[in-house]
Ligand binder design. Structure first.
Ligand code: SF4
Ligand code: FES
Length: 256
């Protein structure tokens, strides 16, 4: 490891290539950092803040001989470049607590009825909640009023669960070159829209094979006539925690 540039993640030395972000280097090295809006094939978005880490905390000795930790700066690891020698904290109680709070806020903001959701067991939000030990929603449920769009012949939109990660927006723009999805509104009115005159998915040129139709990490973009092909209990995160295989989220080489 001596010739490679390295930084430290939770005291473990991680090699990186010039231009890699902290999360890209960590995932390539087999170290999982929780995330929702990061996707190895798209430009980073930096909105969910699940991947927050602390950089370069230091310990000072006070006049009376006490050791005091000065927290380093908090940063989204998906948008922060890796730098040689930096010390990054991820799996520390303070950061894990922040992540649990973010997950709880997302869970109460939408209508996430996991037992009746087709995505259960393969949902990143649910998988992260399990992995981080989220035991309750903590905050009052918002019970947002959200519609279902069943206008497309092959794809259903259940807006109840949208976490506004913009993965579908980026997939449609960057990969499919169609701009089928966009985000509209601000604050609590922020929501996903379809770019058609009627606003309905059925009036867009989305195909079921598009990247945008297959990238939603939760149960918003669902394929009609496909359900429960893998039963509950046998799905990806039923079998292994989301953090078990960091390499599956690592950047593809040519896009680093
Ligand atoms: S529909 Fe899915 S992929 Fe698109 S913004 Fe909402 S949660 Fe993200
Ligand atoms: S994964 Fe970094 S902010 Fe969402």
């Amino acid at each position: 490891m001596s010739d490679a540039k390295t930084f430290f993640l939770d005291e473990e030395e991680i090699p990186f290539e010039e231009g890699q972000t902290i999360i890209q280097a960590a995932l390539s090295a087999g170290k999982y950092i929780p995330h929702l809006c990061y996707h190895p094939e798209f430009k980073p978005h930096g909105s969910c803040k699940l991947c927050t880490v602390r950089i370069d905390s230091r310990t000072v000795t006070t006049e009376d001989g006490q050791s005091v930790k000065i927290p380093g700066r908090a940063a989204a690891s998906c948008t922060t470049p890796a730098q040689a020698g930096q010390h990054v904290e991820s799996e520390v109680p303070e950061i894990q607590d922040l992540r649990r709070t973010l997950i709880q806020m997302l869970l109460v903001e939408g209508n996430h009825y996991c037992p009746s959701c087709e995505k259960s067991g393969k949902c990143l939000l649910q998988g992260l909640a399990y992995d981080l030990g989220v035991m309750d929603p903590h905050f009052p449920q918002y019970f947002s009023k959200r519609e279902v769009d069943a206008s497309h012949p092959d794809v259903l939109l259940d807006f109840n669960r949208c976490i506004l990660c913009e993965l579908c927006v980026r997939a449609s723009a960057e990969v499919d070159k169609k701009n089928v999805f966009a985000i509209s509104g601000r604050g609590h009115t922020k929501h996903l829209i379809c770019n058609s005159e009627s606003g309905e998915l059925g009036d867009t040129n989305l195909a079921a094979t598009d990247k945008a139709a297959n990238v939603c990490p939760v149960g918003v973009i669902l394929h009609k006539r496909h359900g429960f092909e893998v039963p509950y209990g046998q799905r990806r995160f039923d079998k292994a925690p989301i953090s078990d295989n960091p390499a599956q989220y690592a950047p593809v080489k040519e896009q680093v």
